[in-house]
Design a protein around this ligand. Structure first.
Ligand code: SF4
Length: 471
């Protein structure tokens, strides 16, 4: 988890968690969301049912700030879904916090999604023309209205019909009084896994949440799959024909927790391989290797191992700077007040340092860290990035900024080196990245989205963002 005021490059998206058929479903959802906290820190929510009552609670802040013992007790049920959010569409605020809850002829229905639709603008305009009134600015509400307008009699048919109209990234959980529905977009852009805890079924954006509650990973939800869980058990169907698998490669590079597994690949191991590959492609004459905490540590260790240069803790993050921390003024910063990240003088002083970072988006973070290392006495700073240059915006739920703010979209590698003040700069190649993550070319199931690196989006990009010139 990066702190946005220091690490102002990439912003996380959201995390979803659900469990069906467990007497402690709400409490387990709380623990699951806590394990997914790195995916979103702006709001959290849980909806739960015991088959009769249907309750929900949402709030702004971290999971531990939104829920206390009393709130969890009031939400008790055997089936629950939860959400942590960093807003990527719709303004931040309680109104947009999820799960969103709606009343339908089927009864109350709660929705929690991770991802971003690229045709939500058009769908929303069409729905509004037909009389729908929107209460929030999230994509998730578009899904809710499509379900409501379906003429299908069975809820799962209405959901399948709604999902078939969506384009983009979505890992979706829907809770009603008597069932849990789970779906993954046809490209599988956002991770979503199924686990078991005794007789209960568990669903999570990341497998680290399964470990947190002692659940066992069964498999991933397949692209285009709709799973329905009710009293008669688990049923699976497709709502869309299989498309090319395109799981977000940034999940491996940066977003996911190192102990999570995506597509059978452990994230920490993948990051180490990214670092090793980077050392092969872009060696440096140096005395120490250090990584930008926390997400670049694994890649830095891999780089150090492959290069035969010692890995050292050259940069340290202060973990006790919370959301409400009073920031130092600009003047204090200029005087050297550093609250969130520090260079360890004893480690870098008089040394040639390789600084490994997982990504370089706007360049502001790298410039600051290079300066910090020099001020602490580093004689040379060689920046190595364990992913290719980000040249295109993401439309699938990651806030990578407008294209004109992406430093690699407007500058050459040499120009970027000069801007960030490094002695040398190199990025990992796209081929090297895929090789390191662990692509199995023969398997349909193992494709990755690389659109922010190569501009080849796995879906049509039809929405307003494009018309507004973001691409
Ligand atoms: S465009 Fe980039 S950040 Fe967005 S889903 Fe694809 S790989 Fe991930």
């Amino acid at each position: 988890m990066r702190d946005e005021s220091v690490f102002d490059e990439l912003k996380e998206e959201c995390g979803v968690f659900g469990i069906a058929g467990h007497p402690e479903a709400t409490r387990l959802t709380y623990y699951g969301l806590h394990a997914l906290q790195h995916r979103g820190q702006e709001s959290a929510g849980i909806a739960a049912t015991d088959g009769g009552a249907f309750r929900h609670h949402r709030g702004m802040g971290l999971v531990t700030e939104v829920f206390d013992d009393d709130t969890l007790r009031k939400l008790s049920g055997h089936t629950a879904i939860g959400h942590v959010r960093y807003s990527t569409t719709g303004e931040s605020g309680l109104l947009n916090a999820q799960p969103l809850v709606f009343n339908y002829p089927f009864g109350p229905l709660a929705l929690a999604t991770n991802g971003n639709l690229v045709n939500a603008g058009r769908l929303k305009r069409e729905l509004e023309r037909e009389g729908s009134i929107f209460q929030t600015t999230t994509d998730t509400e578009v899904i809710a209205h499509l379900i409501a307008r379906s003429r299908r009699e069975r809820l799962e048919d209405a959901v399948a019909e709604a999902l078939a109209q969506l384009t983009g990234a979505f890992a979706l959980l829907i809770l009603t009084k008597d069932r849990l529905l789970v779906a993954q977009d046809p490209h599988g852009l956002r991770p979503l896994s199924i686990g078991r805890l005794g007789d209960a079924h568990v669903f999570s954006s990341e497998t680290c949440a399964f470990d947190a509650i002692g659940a066992e990973l069964i498999r991933e939800v397949q692209p285009g799959e709709l799973i329905v869980l009710d009293r008669s058990g688990l049923r699976s169907r497709s709502f869309a024909p299989p498309a090319r698998r395109a799981v977000c490669s940034f999940e491996y590079i940066y977003f996911a927790r190192p102990d999570s597994e995506i597509g059978g690949i452990n994230v920490h191991a993948a990051r180490k391989r990214l670092g090793r590959q980077l050392a092969k492609e872009a060696p440096a004459e140096a005395d120490v290797v250090t990584g930008v905490p926390d997400s670049s540590i694994s890649a830095a260790i891999g780089y150090a191992e492959a290069a035969g240069i010692p890995y050292e803790l050259g940069l340290l993050k202060n973990r006790y700077v919370g959301r409400t921390f009073i920031q130092p003024s600009q003047e204090m910063r200029e005087q050297g007040v550093k609250m969130k990240l520090s260079a360890v003088r004893k480690v870098v002083e008089g040394k040639r340092v390789v600084m490994v970072d997982d990504s370089l988006v706007r360049g502001t973070t790298s410039r600051r860290i290079v300066r910090m290392l020099r001020e602490a006495g580093a004689t040379e700073v060689h920046v190595r990035i364990s992913s290719p240059p980000v040249r295109f915006p993401c439309f699938y739920g990651i806030d990578t900024s407008d294209r004109d703010q992406l430093i690699a979209a407007i500058h050459s590698v040499e120009e970027i080196r000069e801007i960030i003040g490094a002695d040398s700069l190199a990025f990992l190649s796209a081929e090297g990245m895929l090789e390191a993550i662990g692509r199995h070319p023969g398997e349909l199931n193992r494709g990755h989205c690389l659109a922010c690196f190569d501009g080849r989006y796995p879906t049509e990009i039809e929405d307003a963002m494009v018309m507004e010139g973001r691409r």
